[in-house]
Design a protein around this ligand. Sequence first.
Ligand SMILES: *[C@@H]1O[C@H](CO)[C@@H](O)[C@H](O)[C@H]1NC(C)=O
Length: 153
Amino acid sequence: MHSFTSVFASLALLVAHALASPAAPPQFEVLFSGPLSIGDRNVLSGPFGARLNAPVLGGDLTDVAGSLVATVVPATAADGTFFPDAKLTLQWAADGKFAYLHAQGVGELGGSDLTHVHLETDSATWSSLNSRFIVGNLTFGTPDAILTVFGVL
Ligand SMILES: *[C@@H]1O[C@H](CO)[C@@H](O)[C@H](O)[C@H]1NC(C)=O
């Protein structure tokens, strides 16, 4: 019984030592890579710092052998449901200041979608929107889509 206790104590010390050792550093391999087509870049200084945004327009991702792995497409589910995740920069007519908008939601590509809109601006005229709950409706039409922004009352 005594030897069982000392073996158990030694085993517990070994386990404790193993748990105290740092993990092995992770190793990585390239899965895929490729150039992305980026649209016009917009820079603004908002109340939370400088931001740069630009649309990702497309791109081909290949493996290390050069074989096509994937292409960048809009976030659309198999049933046609569209999950927009868009970032826009606005320049206010009132004072020339900028606003950063991040819209995420759900809808139908080519139809319309409804998004929550996170808005940041340092415009004296529009800064009250920083603390409003805002949603957007983007309805696709020709030639342009119509964006309507709503603030909760
Ligand atoms: C967005 O607006 C369009 C045009 O008014 C309307 O037909 C559509 O139902 C709206 N979408 C949502 C999700 O409210």
